[in-house]
Design a protein around this ligand. Structure first.
Ligand code: ADP
Length: 510
């Protein structure tokens, strides 16, 4: 737009046209105006003069404002249009505004014209920018590798991008067509939990999430998809829209499956010879002891200790692959939790002379669950506390009763975990990277297995940590998970130690 506003004025009265000029000048509008009074000139000027705005009287000898507006529409000219007329009924004003006029001004109130003209031009520009931005967004949506779906507050699709159609293998109309239930082509086995999450999103209880589940395409094929959902609320906090981005992760899932299969086969294949070596080692130790060959016996025992470590590693890998295949067996009964904690601590203390393991036991408690698996969790937490605090000398284990079970916390004074890494430590193969971290051996699956075991007992596990000050890993378990799952509220009630360090430490649950 040049600095002068180009006005095309449809007016058959020279006096009225001058009056308009007068008001515009009074309003300090810098303009260049052409006045026309018939359709032919009007159409010519639209192309030759290329106006920024049209001002139109209502009725001219052979032409009127409706026809003038209609011509703009036919020519697809997005130019603001103000009706400037002597008299107008309210119905007519409403009608012409509905028809696309930007504003209307009565000739006896022309002083309003300058501001109305500027507003109309600005409104038109903003609308053009909005449309351009929308077009750009649509272009990206259609061309990005991610599919895009917009849902309403009930979970019905409002718009579905072409890419989402490609990925999910369903046409947009399947999603959008009016039906009783929202259309989510979820694979049968995943329906229950996906429904639950979608309810949390549509109710606004959850504002954003990332989830992976299987989808059945129209042709029947099942694919894995990853979804990024975010909820938009109105000013009253009511859910307005849920925006979802989706991508096909079937190949990634396939690769994960192959890796899991490999780990499963490798750990099984390693297990048998290592068990045999261990048995031969024990036999050799007995023979050497009988012969009184103390020097060789010392060496074979050293070897035995390393074989035990290897057996533990293979056992961890086996557990991992069993969890992944849903095959980890649980052997549950009532067991003395307090005594179990003491046994684990005593065992660990024997092999960790540099750290003092301080047990602050609560009252004697019996839990229902798999004692060996819970032992495994405790061993893992203690082993980590020792491993990740090489310069400290104490680890504190604190147990206390809650309303529905127990809480146990293992506190170390070691390297700690950065806030942004804390939420990842329970994920499979996750190991914190960074300066000095590579000096700590490990596979990054101990906490994953622990969290799976705790989940299976309807408990919770989380961490509270500060870099340079140490970490506290907490677990909560119900007395009998068959009867009483841990109430969510209770988790937040109390933690064994105040947050480590000055900063407010967030809790992350597995
Ligand atoms: P790893 O075999 O690597 O120790 P885990 O699953 O037990 O595997 O732990 C995952 C990661 O969490 C570790 O690699 C480490 O970076 C971090 N971590 C676990 N426990 C602690 C701790 N007590 N202090 C600091 N970092 C820890």
């Amino acid at each position: 737009m040049s600095s002068k506003i180009k006005i095309l004025h449809l007016e058959d009265s020279a006096a009225d046209a001058e009056l308009v000029d007068y008001e515009l000048k009074k309003g300090h509008i810098d303009f260049d105006k052409r006045v026309v009074d018939n359709q032919l000139q009007y159409e010519e000027m639209l192309t030759q003069f290329n106006p920024d705005i049209v001002l139109s009287d209502h009725s001219l000898p052979s032409f009127n404002s409706f026809m003038a507006l209609e011509i703009l529409k036919q020519k697809k000219l997005d130019i603001p249009f103000i009706l400037v007329t002597a008299t107008v009924s309210e119905e007519y004003a409403v009608e012409i505004m509905r028809y696309g006029a930007t504003d209307y001004i009565l000739k006896d109130r022309l002083q309003r014209l300058p501001s109305a003209l500027l507003n109309s031009i600005e409104k038109n520009l903003l609308e053009k920018e909005r449309l351009a931005a929308h077009e750009r967004l649509s272009f990206h949506m259609e061309n990005a590798p991610l599919g895009f779906i917009e849902w309403d507050e009930r979970g019905f699709a409002k718009s579905v991008s072409g890419q989402a159609e490609n990925i999910l293998g369903w046409e947009a109309k399947e999603f959008i067509k009016t039906q009783e239930k929202p259309f989510w082509p979820v694979y049968e086995e995943d329906v229950a939990w996906v429904d639950k999450v979608m309810k949390q999103l549509t109710s606004g209880e959850m504002e954003r999430n990332k989830m992976q589940y299987r989808t059945r395409k129209a042709a029947g094929k099942v694919i894995w998809c990853e979804w990024f959902n975010s909820v938009l609320k109105d000013e009253n906090g009511q859910v307005k829209t849920i925006m979802s981005l989706v991508q096909d992760i079937s190949e990634q899932k396939q690769a994960e499956q192959e890796k899991d299969n490999f780990l499963s086969i490798a750990s099984h294949e390693l297990n048998t010879p290592v068990t045999t070596i261990k048995a031969y080692g024990q036999l050799a130790a007995e023979v050497l002891a009988a012969k009184g060959d103390t020097e060789s016996l010392f060496l074979i025992r050293k070897m035995g200790a390393q074989i035990d470590k290897l057996t533990l590693l293979i056992g961890t890998l086996l557990d991992f692959t069993k969890i992944k295949n849903g095959q980890l067996d649980y052997d549950e009964d009532f067991f003395d939790f307090t005594e179990t904690v003491k046994e684990v601590i005593d065992d660990m203390q024997k092999t960790s002379p540099l750290h003092q393991l301080i047990n602050i036991p609560g009252p004697q408690v019996t839990l229902y669950g798999d004692k060996n698996k819970i032992t495994q969790v405790l061993t893992n937490l203690l082993a980590n506390a020792i491993k990740y605090s090489p310069d400290a000398h104490e680890v504190i284990i604190n147990t206390f009763l809650t309303q529905t079970g127990i809480q146990l916390s293992v506190r170390d004074f070691g390297i700690g975990i950065l806030r942004e890494n804390q939420q990842h430590v329970f994920k499979q193969f996750y190991r914190v990277t960074g300066e000095g971290q590579s000096t700590f051996p490990g596979m990054g699956i101990g906490l994953y297995i622990s969290s799976e075991i705790i989940k299976r007992h309807s408990g919770k596990i989380w961490v509270d940590s500060c870099v340079g000050k140490g970490s506290t890993f907490h677990i909560r378990l119900p007395f009998d998970h068959r009867k009483e799952p841990l109430p969510e509220k209770e988790i937040h009630d109390m933690i064994a130690f105040p947050a480590i360090g000055g900063e407010q430490t967030k809790l992350f649950f597995s």
